[in-house]
Design a protein around this ligand. Structure first.
Ligand code: FE2
Length: 389
């Protein structure tokens, strides 16, 4: 970006409440915003971890009225959102709490849209298509990855089209996000690994995208550094509260970076990979990230060298190009250390050529790859997919 010629916008809209055991302050936060009855959106994993119990005890002790929905599904669909919306209205709630990973928070965002806007959610796909702002959302992430607690996006599955669509709007920023690293200590190891790779994808894609600007670059690079240092120890031992704390922050900071810096080819392809083949979001990103980095590296050697250094690589004595390419090796090494599979085949997925053609087509049509620093045609995206086959 040439600061003498170019202009940019940046803003954050979510009040962040960070701290170990910060969840204990939830009743005060609800009172501050004057909500009378809150609707909790969560999933069975949060029930089994004991975290929902902790939340409900807090609300009961404070005398705050609530209704709990515990059947959020992975890759939440528009159907489930409409079902939850009916429960929300029937129970007379006036605010939403999304507690869990991206699926719970994205469900809460979907319900907020559906409460205030009529008809099929498909019509709101894309950017700034939502006419009315819905009820407020308090986001309580229990994974370190999606950044949904701070972003303006929700990703919902349209089962009829086997399609994961993004709805982006300023009206979808959570009112508040409670970042309590204690909640991360019960995340299963595999989930910690792939959600961490989702956060790293947000940071690297926003840092290198053609929409990057000084503030998102600062956020993105800092998030990469935090992830480079803390993801391995966090995955090894989720009760390592120091590592958990830094990963919680890295995830939110990377989310803040990609609101304005955007994501690119990795996310363009990972959405249809999820929609068509059911690959979990963070896992799909992990498969694609090194491939896309290799595709993009020549667009900006300085930036990719910065990524290598942020990931802890020693680039002394290397040429600029060698230093830049070291970033890809660093990401591949991280994926190997986290024991994440690197191909669809290793996941026991064997899609046909035709299925992969459709995925490439959908990736292109989503427009997400428009932010990629190097142009992507359908054929380019198809080649990337072939590399992870
Ligand atoms: Fe993501």
């Amino acid at each position: 970006m040439n600061l003498a010629l170019d202009s940019f916008e940046f803003g954050l809209h979510t009040q962040i409440y960070y701290g170990v055991n910060k969840l204990n302050e939830l009743p005060d936060i609800i009172r501050k915003y004057n909500y009378k009855k809150v609707f909790i959106c969560t999933d069975k994993g949060i029930v089994h971890s004991g975290n929902l119990n902790r939340l409900e005890n807090l609300l009961n002790q404070a005398g705050i009225d609530f209704f709990t929905f515990t059947d959020v599904e992975p890759d939440p669909s528009t159907e489930i959102v409409q079902h939850v919306k009916n429960l929300y209205i029937e129970n007379g709630c006036d605010a939403l709490i999304g507690m869990g990973g991206g699926s719970s928070i994205d469900t809460a965002k979907g319900v907020s849209i559906a409460v205030a806007n009529p008809g099929d959610l498909n019509q709101y796909e894309g950017k700034d298509k939502i006419p009315n702002k819905g009820p407020d959302i308090i986001a309580i992430p229990t994974t370190a990855g999606t950044g949904s607690e701070i972003t303006h996006a929700t990703v919902l599955k349209d089962k009829k089209r086997h399609y994961k669509m993004g709805i982006l709007s300023q009206k979808l920023h959570a009112k508040a996000a409670i970042l309590d690293p204690q909640l991360l200590t019960t995340v299963p190891r595999g989930v910690a690994a792939i959600t961490g790779m989702d956060a790293l994808s947000h940071a690297i894609e926003s840092y290198t995208s053609n929409q990057a600007q000084p503030i998102t670059e600062a956020l993105g690079l800092y998030a990469i550094r935090l992830i480079g240092k803390h993801l391995r120890p966090f995955v090894a031992q989720r009760t390592d509260i120091n590592a958990a704390s830094h990963m919680m922050l890295a995830s939110t900071i990377a989310g803040a970076a990609f609101i304005w810096g955007r994501v690119a080819a990795v996310h363009a392809v990972s959405h249809p990979l999820g929609g068509r083949l059911g690959v979990a979001h963070g896992l799909a990103n992990s498969l694609l990230l090194p491939v896309v980095m290799r595709y993009n590296v020549s667009t900006n050697y300085e930036k990719f060298r910065d990524i290598a250094i942020a990931l802890g690589e020693n680039v002394e004595g290397l040429s600029l190009r060698e230093a830049a390419e070291r970033s890809i090796v660093a990401v591949e090494q991280l994926i190997q250390d986290l024991e994440i599979p690197t191909t669809l085949n290793a996941l026991n997925l064997h899609p046909s050529d035709e299925e992969l053609d459709v995925i490439a087509q959908e990736a292109f049509q989503s427009g997400i790859a428009n932010a990629n620093p190097k142009d992507c045609t359908v054929a380019d995206l198809r080649k990337m997919i072939e590399k992870i086959r």
